[in-house]
Design a protein around this ligand. Structure first.
Ligand SMILES: C[S@@+](CC[C@H](N)C(=O)[O-])C[C@H]1O[C@@H](n2cnc3c(N)ncnc32)[C@H](O)[C@@H]1O
Length: 230
């Protein structure tokens, strides 16, 4: 099952549009747009395995590094340009959003989507430990974890108009949820980074496991979608 609901992006895409999906991963969104809306879709990703997976699905996806820009794509060449769950990893987010605006047609649509790790809510009796752990994970691991809240600024700086900001909060309540696994991985990363002790790690994780066993566990995170028009 999908962790993310892409409907708020899919809604932007007219039937038979030309769509460019940047950092498209395994091409799930692109494949759906081709199937449901008969779009002429193409994509870019830095992962050779991701590109191969897309090509195996019959998608027109190219290997490329977004930090190098979009030199292979012409000005005003697409109706919709999408960048989902990847800006956090990029070294030059402002540059790539400007490039997205360059390659979208005048009046065309741009959609940005990203997590904001600082919005994680999880309950635990030790607030100080929980804050130390989550803040350290947010500030020191896996790129810019404030990326979600920065999307509007990137869009404004790139000159997009008719902007809307949509926050979406997902909730995890069981072991199988991706966010639950992410909480356990966060605890490991922070322990390995030295910001909590192994004993603190075990106590924090032990409490979450107790909550899971007793059906009391709840974690949430918000991601943001910013949609605009050139
Ligand atoms: C979390 S996945 C998101 C995939 C998809 N956009 C989605 O919403 O599910 C992040 C993707 O960004 C790609 N990526 C990371 N850095 C990149 C870069 N510099 N240039 C192009 N793709 C990149 C990764 O290979 C990966 O496929």
């Amino acid at each position: 099952m999908r962790r993310i609901d892409y409907k708020l992006i899919e809604d932007l895409v007219p039937d038979e549009a030309t769509v460019l999906d940047l950092a498209c991963g395994d091409g799930e969104l692109l494949a759906e747009l081709v199937r449901e809306k008969r779009v002429r879709g193409s994509g870019v990703d830095i992962s050779r395995e991701a590109v191969e997976a897309c090509v195996a699905k019959g998608l027109s996806v190219f290997h490329g590094d977004l930090d190098e820009g979009l030199a292979d794509f012409g000005d005003a060449s697409h109706d919709v340009v999408i960048l989902s769950l990847s800006l956090q990893q990029l070294r030059r987010p402002r540059m790539i959003v400007r490039e997205m605006v360059r390659v979208v047609k005048h009046g065309g649509r741009v959609a940005l989507m990203d997590w904001d790790f600082e919005t994680v809510a999880v309950t635990h009796p030790d607030r100080e430990l929980t804050r130390r752990l989550l803040h350290w994970r947010c500030d020191h691991h896996s790129g810019d974890n404030w990326s979600g809240r920065r999307l509007l600024g990137y869009a404004l700086a790139a000159g997009l108009r008719d902007l809307t900001v949509i926050p979406v909060t997902i909730v995890a309540r069981d072991e199988a949820a991706a966010l639950t696994g992410s909480m356990f991985r966060a605890a490991e990363v922070v322990r390995d980074g030295g910001a909590i002790t192994p004993a603190e790690h075990d106590a924090w994780v032990g409490e979450l496991k107790r909550q899971l066993t007793e059906g009391q566990f709840m974690a949430s995170i918000t991601y943001f979608i910013v949609r605009g028009r050139r």
